[in-house]
Design a protein around this ligand. Structure first.
Ligand code: ZN
Ligand code: ZN
Length: 105
């Protein structure tokens, strides 16, 4: 058993641990709309996936995009370097993949 979860596993694990509610706008999601709920990493490190869920937050795709835009804005204002893992992560790209797959378990 691996200590850290891979990218596919952490979403399932997060959905098991956390209520299916967007942490920003408090929208609730049922199983048919669950693909619109995405896993956000609180520390911005997508490789940091503790199985207890302490680094995860469930956000709807809209709030997730806003959250990252906000972080990008903050970075643009303060730090000169913008080439981080968070900057290249695209939650909507993941969503597109999920939509194609249509929840096969
Ligand atoms: Zn939301
Ligand atoms: Zn995120």
């Amino acid at each position: 058993m691996k200590k850290y979860l891979d990218r596919r596993a952490y979403r399932e694990q997060a959905l098991k641990l956390l209520p299916w509610i967007c942490a920003r706008c408090a929208r609730e999601f049922g199983s048919e709309r669950l693909r619109e709920l995405t896993v956000h990493h609180k520390d911005g490190n997508h490789d940091n996936n503790p199985p207890d869920g302490s680094n995860w937050e469930l956000l709807c795709v809209y709030c997730h995009e806003n959250e990252h835009a906000r972080v990008e804005d903050a970075k643009a204002g303060s730090a000169p370097e913008r080439k981080t893992a968070a900057a290249t992560y695209r939650p909507l790209e993941d969503l597109a993949k999920l939509l194609k797959k249509k929840d096969k378990g």
